[in-house]
Write a protein that binds this ligand. Sequence first.
Ligand SMILES: C[S@@+](CC[C@H](N)C(=O)[O-])C[C@H]1O[C@@H](n2cnc3c(N)ncnc32)[C@H](O)[C@@H]1O
Length: 425
Amino acid sequence: MHRIISQDEAGGATLTERSQDPTAPKGMEFHHAKQGRPLSTPWQVATIRSFMLTETNLADGWLLDCACGSGIQLIAHASVLNRRAVGIELDEERAMASAMNFLTVAQHQDAEGLPWYGESRILVGDGTDAAGAMEALGGHKEGIALLHLDPARPRNSRTHDLSEMQPPLDEVFRSWAPYFSEHPKGPALLLDLSPRLTEKQRMEVEALVDAVWPQIERTWVWTSRGRGRVDRLALWLGAAALGPDKRRFVRVPPQLGDGALIISSTRHTPPLECLFHPPHRGEFVSILDAALIESGLAVSWLSEVSAEIMTRWAVIEGRRPQLHHKAPLRLDKADNLLVQATGKVVELLPFDLDDATVDRVVEAALENNMASVKIRMDTPPEKQPRWQGSLDRQLARRHGTKEGFLVRHPGGDVLLLCVCHSESS
Ligand SMILES: C[S@@+](CC[C@H](N)C(=O)[O-])C[C@H]1O[C@@H](n2cnc3c(N)ncnc32)[C@H](O)[C@@H]1O
């Protein structure tokens, strides 16, 4: 049985869990319930996604989120597309939070008279019971234009097994399949999955999709808010697939008003391979964003910022993927978000960093007129602050002018002292 939360009920309800999402406009405070806040999609991420949906041509009908939590993503879809939406949530208090958040955003945008608010509905009930939900909405008069699903997952899951998702993907697919509006590309679905899924698990998700809608179009989208981490991994399907793109990487900008940096590929990209070669003075080293590497789109991005055919991946695992190349990268402001450091090798130091060798790095840095050297390689966490502090103190006292960084050549105990590119050029 599904129950519709009326707008009056939502307007009069009181929920205490209320907070300002730092990525939402000031004053747009969202309600949550039962610890719903960490589950909810940040407003900035939600709206970037909803704007990407404007690239598609959805059928008529409801925008549906059948496990809507605090409703943030659904409200973003409804308000950006100005279309009626229905959210379903098993937990009554969270469903109430969703209804209240619809009102909050509508009031903030002065949109209470618009269809996206007036005609949207929040249901308390089971999101895998499509027949029950459609009955509560007044029968099967209108179909589903888009199904969004961000299933709950155990907080501390190690395996990210698909069976841990609630509601389960296959049950949702089977239940809602008969209710989608007609579209030449098939139904539109947006699956918001764990960012830690392995390639094998991604293939398992695709197999579940193919079991209901064989070979429907699909775009995998990796979203990162920086710090080298993938924050979201989503599969956009059928009428929601993003043109011919097979993969996309979306870097959410640090400034709220800026557009996202989007890199895409229409082809399946082969995995990267490391290529060993001896260290060279004069070549360039770039430490790239680890999330970009994880998305498999680094090569597509490189083709935009470098004319070189023979770049060499020295490190592809971990937090500091290392690329070696002959010419500087051509980076604009947005590209800088994908580069931790880039510069020219000015010294090969035939030792590893330790308490005794920090001073030798300082000497080499001074010989190269450097004012700072940032350590950009793995070091024991308890030692890193001491070594970085020593470099900073000793170099600050002198008169160098160039910024630089230090990495370890993957082939052995050779450190590469680099001058940042803007300085070296
Ligand atoms: C990750 S949260 C969704 C967050 C949402 N995308 C947002 O932006 O706020 C997943 C929600 O699914 C709900 N849920 C789990 N099983 C469900 C089911 N069978 N039917 C409806 N909701 C369900 C959970 O209570 C939880 O609130």
